[in-house]
Structures are given as structure tokens and as C-alpha cells.
Write a protein that binds this ligand. Structure first.
Ligand code: ADP
Ligand code: MG
Length: 319
């Protein structure tokens, strides 16, 4: 007997409410953000073939589905509260459900983000999560706050997920050891939630890098009405990526996608506060450029020479 919809929900996706006023099982869940807090919410969908490969292990897929949503809360400086899960799958495969829910709920627990409801239906594999967080009223980090003369920073390293994707596509060859490392970056991104919270009151703007640095940077610049001088050689990259040809390094760091690092700005006078915030949460941050009043992206190399932007950004309806 295949597992029915309600048994499936009860077995894999039912969690007792902790902070939520009412968890799953009713028509709505009830959330109670603390007084003085604003509710932050975001929604991200993962479609097989588009956002993940069929080769990904179900527990890693569960992790990533929530990680990409938590990354949006991180970019706003919001603390996670809860999430809902809308899941379409071709059949109720218990081995898959066990792995998926285990990976999903492990990351949820790590961030005290409760599963409070969802929707379950038969159909092509598709995972849609809505996440809810809280941030002190008026303190959310926005894309629109960058100002001329701010410094531009990025957390962690860029490009490993793209390097892994290219290896899976067969466009480049990696050793088994290198592939295992970059595959972790692609399949198990770590959302920078603690960094986002630590940057409240320090960063002037922020966005998470999901579609490639240049594309996401362009969104931040447009919303802020400013431009940037970006040092392409200052972009932080792993030892694995640094061992690749320069063209591959640039493609992966500038246009990679799936990085889930925070890109943010802060006034030069807050440089120490940025370092302190990053050190407090144990995440590396690198200064990668400077905000300028004239709109546009100006790419320079380590010698100050200009670098042509041949990468463009990712657009789901153009690629
Ligand atoms: P409704 O008919 O009111 O939309 P459903 O029958 O779809 O409710 O779901 C029953 C309960 O199970 C609801 O509380 C819903 O939030 C929860 N639920 C459904 N699917 C999931 C899921 N994938 N994960 C967590 N909770 C779920
Ligand atoms: Mg209902």
C-alpha cells in the first residue's frame, strides 16, 4: 500500500510547535513575532534540472531547499522563526522522504526555524518553501541603502558551486578530491544568518549572492542608485578554484551562482565594526570594491587596469 498524503505528512513533516503559537495540522499556523519586531518573509522554489541535479542525495536537497530561503532572511538581517513547505513529487518514495526530511529538519533545528505547515501534492518534483523571520522594526538590511564612498564586502568565498556544476556538466575535469570539496559548496550551502544579524546597524545595504555576483551586485546598485569600482582580483576564492585557469576563476567568481554569500556595503568609518561583526560569528569577509556616485559597474584588476564585463547575469527566462 503506498503511503497516503496524510500519513506521509504525519510521518515526515509533523513537528511539535516550539515558538509558534500554533504549528502544523490546522488550516493556518499562528506566528507571534516579539513586540517591536517586523515579520520578514521570503519564498524560493527549487525545480529539478533547473536548481538541482537529479544526482543530489535527498538529505542534501532538503538542506539546500531551506538554506536558500534562510539566505534571504540573512540578507535582511532577520532571525529565522518558521517556514512552510509546498512539495510536489511524482510518488511517495519513503527512502527519499526519509532523507529529504532529515536534511531539511536538521538545518531547520540548527537555526531554530520551525516547520509550521505546507502543502503536499503528486506531480513533477518541485519544492517551494516560504520562510518567516523577525527583525527589529526599521533595522532590516535592504538593497537600497548603499551610498557613495561605502566599501563593498562579500562573505566567504565565491565560485565553488559553479566549479562543481561545470564538472557535472563535463565542461572541465576535476580530481576526485577537488570535486568532493566543491560539491559540498554546491549541495550544502551554509546560509549566513548569524552574519546578517551581526551586520544590523553596521551594513548600509545587503543582498545574498544566489544568481552570480555581478547580477546580484547590479540589483543592489540599481536599488541604491549608485555605481561600483569592483576589484576582480580581490574576490575571495577557495584553494580549489585558485588552482584553475584565470578565465575559469573569473567566470566562477563573477558569474557563478549558488554561492549564498552576503554582499554588503558599509561606510569606511565602520570598517572595524565590520571586522568585529564578522569575527564574532566566525565568517571571513573581504573588501572587494568601493561604491561610487556614478551608476554602473566598473571592473578593475589588481593593477588597476579595466576588465571588460563579458559575463552578464543569470536570468531564468533568458538562459
Ligand atoms: P488544507 O486542506 O487546509 O490546505 P492540507 O490538507 O493540505 O490542508 O494539509 C493538512 C495539514 O498538513 C495543514 O496543517 C498543512 O499545513 C500541513 N501540511 C501539508 N503538507 C505539508 C508539508 N509538506 N509539510 C508540513 N506540513 C504540511
Ligand atoms: Mg484548509
Amino acid at each position: 500500500m503506498p503511503l497516503g498524503e496524510f500519513e506521509l505528512i504525519a510521518r515526515y513533516f509533523s513537528c511539535p510547535a516550539k515558538r509558534a503559537a500554533l504549528g502544523g495540522g490546522d488550516d493556518c499556523a499562528l506566528l507571534a513575532p516579539a513586540p517591536g519586531m517586523q515579520l520578514a518573509t521570503s519564498c524560493d522554489m527549487l525545480v529539478e534540472g533547473r536548481h538541482f541535479l537529479s544526482t543530489v542525495a535527498p538529505d542534501r536537497l532538503g538542506h539546500k531547499a531551506l538554506a536558500v530561503n534562510l539566505s534571504d532572511l540573512a540578507a535582511c538581517g532577520a532571525a529565522p522563526l518558521a517556514f512552510t513547505l509546498a512539495l510536489a513529487m511524482p510518488r511517495a518514495d519513503e527512502a527519499w522522504l526519509e532523507g529529504f526530511s532529515r536534511g531539511l529538519l536538521a538545518l531547520a533545528d540548527a537555526h531554530a526555524c520551525e516547520l509550521v505547515g505546507g502543502d503536499t501534492t503528486q506531480g513533477p518534483l518541485n519544492i517551494c518553501i516560504s520562510v518567516f523571520g523577525e527583525v527589529p522594526a526599521g533595522q532590516a538590511l535592504l538593497r537600497s541603502g548603499a551610498r557613495a564612498r561605502d566599501d563593498l564586502y562579500v562573505s566567504g568565498t565565491l565560485g565553488d558551486a559553479r566549479l562543481a556544476l561545470e564538472a557535472f556538466r563535463g565542461t572541465l575535469d576535476l580530481s576526485g578530491e577537488t570535486l568532493a570539496k566543491v560539491r559540498v559548496a554546491m549541495e550544502l550551502p551554509q546560509p549566513r544568518v548569524a552574519l546578517g544579524i551581526a551586520l544590523r546597524g553596521v551594513a548600509t545595504s545587503a543582498i545574498d549572492v544566489s544568481d552570480g555576483l555581478l547580477g546580484d551586485l547590479a540589483h543592489l546598485l540599481r536599488r541604491s542608485g549608485v555605481g561600483v569600482r569592483l576589484d576582480v582580483d580581490a574576490l575571495p576564492r577557495s584553494a580549489q578554484l585558485a588552482a584553475q585557469p584565470l578565465a575559469v576563476q573569473r567566470e566562477c567568481t563573477l558569474a557563478g551562482g549558488d554561492d549564498y554569500e552576503l554582499l554588503f556595503t558599509a561606510p569606511a568609518s565602520r570598517a572595524t565594526a565590520v571586522r568585529v561583526a564578522a569575527a564574532a560569528v566566525g565568517v571571513a569577509v573581504s573588501r572587494i570594491g568601493g561604491i561610487e556616485p556614478e551608476p554602473g559597474l566598473r571592473l578593475i584588476d589588481a593593477h588597476g587596469g579595466s576588465v571588460a564585463d563579458v559575463w552578464g547575469s543569470f536570468d531564468h527566462f533568458r538562459s
